[in-house]
Ligand binder design. Structure first.
Ligand code: UDP
Ligand code: MG
Length: 330
């Protein structure tokens, strides 16, 4: 009987300091693990997301000693979500495990994920009970963001569910059917999530082994806005409501001005009122236009249907359970 294959997809962007340690940990918890090591075949799909450092060289070095390593080399930096997509496209496993390259997703949980999958779970998610790398303010902002996102969107996305998860082949194939450029894996997953066969494992995310986080305040904010736009059209509705509210306030103001002029007969110069009204209406209009603009911008980008990424592979394909090199190019 051919063994089932488990793919581990790792997205790496400028992670030269982490690759070797990650590989060591991975091996110890997969093919060298006494319980699952002999039961399954493993492939390690490293996605190099256009790193500017020695990440690719480090992976290539490892590939020389371990034939189970595949490399998907993206020609430039496409971002974490697209990097995971590329890895998923090339992964051949019956189950695919996604994880970061910085050891914040400890490989020690992999056997547990595989066990749950073997027992029938089709999706194994992780839940970060704590993140030792982030401070109080970041955690507060993150919680608030998910509250707003879930309030605005019909697709509910859990807040402490990082991109460390196992998906059964069935769901991997299904996810491949989504071809939007702007994507948030955890959102797509919530969209397809079956209600039963999902298991969750809790873990505490340690600090990165080496290097710095790729997300600063601005990038996180951009990701947050993009996520809201991807999963909801409610901001458009809010813009309409805001417009209505503005109109209502203006009518009251107009009534007051008329009453003041004709009935109270108190003719104030009205400079302040005009300025406040104008700037209020001006900002409401700009805000509404901005929201519409964001959506039009997204439509503009998506209708082109450009490929999601460009990879110059170094991957392998699998025939009858035997891995074969698909395209070797140095
Ligand atoms: N990453 C990527 N492409 C990017 C940014 C990040 O592939 O453009 C990878 C990165 O190498 C890491 C994972 O995505 O393996 C998560 O990134 P990071 O650790 O910087 O995010 P954080 O854990 O701080 O949220
Ligand atoms: Mg990290």
């Amino acid at each position: 009987m051919t063994k089932k294959i488990i793919s581990i997809v790792i997205s790496a962007y400028n992670e030269e300091g982490n690759i070797e340690e990650l590989y060591k940990e991975l091996i110890n918890n997969t093919k060298k693990d006494k319980n699952i090591g002999l039961k399954y075949r493993f492939e390690y799909v490293f996605v190099n997301d256009g790193s500017g450092d020695n990440t690719l060289q480090k992976i290539k070095q490892l590939q020389k000693q371990d034939g189970d390593i595949r490399i998907v080399n993206l020609k430039r930096n496409f971002g974490h979500e697209i990097a995971m997509t590329a890895g998923m496209d090339y992964a051949l496993g019956d189950a695919v495990i996604f994880m970061d390259a910085d050891l914040q997703h400890p490989p020690v949980y992999i056997p547990q994920m595989i066990k749950l999958w073997a027992e029938g779970a089709e999706i194994v998610l992780s839940r970060r009970t704590d993140n030792l790398a982030t401070g109080y303010v970041y955690k507060l902002c993150s919680t608030m963001f998910y509250k707003i996102l879930n309030w605005l969107s019909d697709t509910k996305i859990p807040s402490k569910s990082p991109d460390f998860r196992l998906l059964d082949r069935r769901y991997v194939d299904f996810l491949k059917g989504f071809n939007e450029h702007d994507r948030l894996f955890r959102g797509l997953l919530s969209w397809i999530m079956p209600t039963d066969k999902v298991k969750i494992i809790d873990f505490i995310a340690p600090k990165r082994f080496s290097g710095k986080s790729k997300y600063n305040v601005f990038k996180s904010f951009a990701l947050a806005t993009d996520s809201i736009i991807q999963f909801s059209v409610r901001p458009l509705r809010l813009a309409t409501y805001l417009g209505l509210l503005g109109a209502f306030v203006s009518i009251i103001l107009a009534a007051y001005v008329i009453i003041e002029y004709y009935i109270i007969q108190h003719r104030t110069p009205g400079y302040a009122t005009i300025m406040v009204t104008m700037s209020f209406l001006g900002s409401v209009i700009l805000l509404a236009l901005g929201i519409i603009g964001e959506y039009i911008g997204k439509i503009h980008m998506e209708v082109k249907k450009r490929p999601l990424y460009m990879a110059d592979y170094i991957v392998a394909s699998c025939e009858n359970g035997v891995f074969k090199s698909r395209r070797e190019k140095e």
